[in-house]
Write a protein that binds this ligand. Structure first.
Ligand code: IPM
Ligand code: MG
Length: 366
């Protein structure tokens, strides 16, 4: 199969982690007879430096012309980088939001899975971890607070800022369907997360989710308030299979869920629309503090590339192989610094490696 992949390396650790994902894709391509071609696309701070804006129309066109886009990370230190002195719509993150919206990537899948081998990196107690956990956060990605009207103005001599949270029933229905579809392929449980005790948008969310649920009699579903969900994620993460939620809640809960799995450096993601196209990126940020040091964990990006093979190209066997290679490398005791065990006694059993060595070790196991 010929696969044309747009590549947004981005800023910070982005280029380092993307290079490892490409290495792993090429290795899988070699083994199974696929060819991957890559086209670099500028987005984020590097695009601001080169063009003055975080995402150009040419970049959007290039992304649209690809079968899928693999992304690293964008942005810099929000307190020190000159990018954050620019108007909000010219900052790195605005590029990502524009890309998500332009490509209609409304469904964001973020799997949070605790690897047996990384139990020590999990901050929760052993009795809470139990046999581990495996959940999928289905986050709505093109609506809500991120895309509502916003303004900052003087009201009666007082500076006042407003953001608007809007959802219509169609936006809720299409993401809810995706959530139930994915639950059918998993443990058939959906937890729909909202704030229906306060927000109108959440009350509509609940109503539409209930309608959609009727078409999925095999799926057990429940509603949970977002504050309670934040608590349940650390109290008993095993209870979750699919967490279905709106944009902002999903942003916050997915960071929390990732930390429960040990490190955000392990968390992959897929952003999908109605076609086979997808944008695949690690859930973590650009980590400017460690950029260029060769110590960033490339696993989330490598697992995102595996999601790309699965969802855009229907190459399940190839995706399985990459995921198995990641598991094996962890089993063999290799760790980047973010997933090193805390206690000295345990450190004796593992080997600390850098970004590109981790990529090589995963390739060897494919
Ligand atoms: C994420 C990120 C983005 C978001 C930022 C970079 C705009 O935090 O993908 O979770 O809030 O969606
Ligand atoms: Mg986030």
């Amino acid at each position: 199969m010929e696969c044309h992949i747009g590549v947004i390396s981005g800023d910070g650790i982005g280029p380092e982690i993307v290079a490892e994902a490409k290495k792993v894709l090429d290795k899988a391509g070699e083994k199974y007879g696929h060819s991957f071609t890559y086209q670099d696309i500028l987005m984020g701070g590097c695009s601001i430096d080169a063009t003055g804006v975080p995402l150009t129309d040419e970049a959007i066109a290039a992304a649209k012309a690809s079968d899928a886009v693999l992304m690293g990370s964008i942005g810099g230190n929000t307190q020190t980088s000159p990018w954050y002195k620019l108007a909000p719509e010219l900052r790195p993150e605005a590029g990502l939001l524009k890309l998500r919206k332009s490509l209609n990537l409304f469904a964001n899948l973020r799997p949070a899975y605790l690897y047996e081998e990384l139990k020590e990196a999990c901050p929760l107690r052993d009795d809470i971890i139990g046999d581990g956990f495996d959940m999928m956060i289905m986050r709505e990605l093109t609506g809500g607070l991120y895309f509502g009207a916003r303004k900052t103005e003087m009201v009666d001599g007082v500076i006042t800022a407003t953001d608007t949270l809007t959802y219509n029933e169609n936006e809720i229905r299409r993401i809810a369907k995706r959530g139930f579809d994915i639950a059918m392929k998993r443990r058939k449980k959906v937890t729909s997360v909202d704030k229906a005790n306060v927000l109108d948008s959440s009350r509509l969310w609940r109503k539409v989710v209930e309608e959609v649920a009727k078409d999925y009699p095999e799926v057990t579903y429940e509603h949970m308030l977002v504050d309670n969900c934040a608590m349940q994620l650390v109290k008993d993460p095993k209870q979750f299979d699919v967490i279905l939620t709106e944009n902002m809640f999903g942003d916050i809960l997915s960071d929390e869920a990732s930390m429960v799995t040990g490190s955000i450096g392990m968390l992959s993601s897929a952003s999908l629309n109605d076609t086979k196209f997808g944008l695949y990126e690690p859930s973590g940020g650009s980590a400017p503090d460690i950029a260029g040091k060769g110590i960033a964990n490339p696993i989330a990006t490598i697992l995102s590339a595996a999601m790309m093979l699965r969802y855009t190209f229907d190459l399940d066997k190839e995706a399985d192989t990459i995921e198995a290679a990641v598991k094996q490398v962890l089993k063999d005791g290799y760790r980047t610094i973010d997933i090193m065990p805390q206690e000295d006694a345990k450190k004796a059993y593992v080997t600390q490696v850098g970004t590109s060595q981790m990529g090589d070790l995963i390739c060897e196991r494919i």
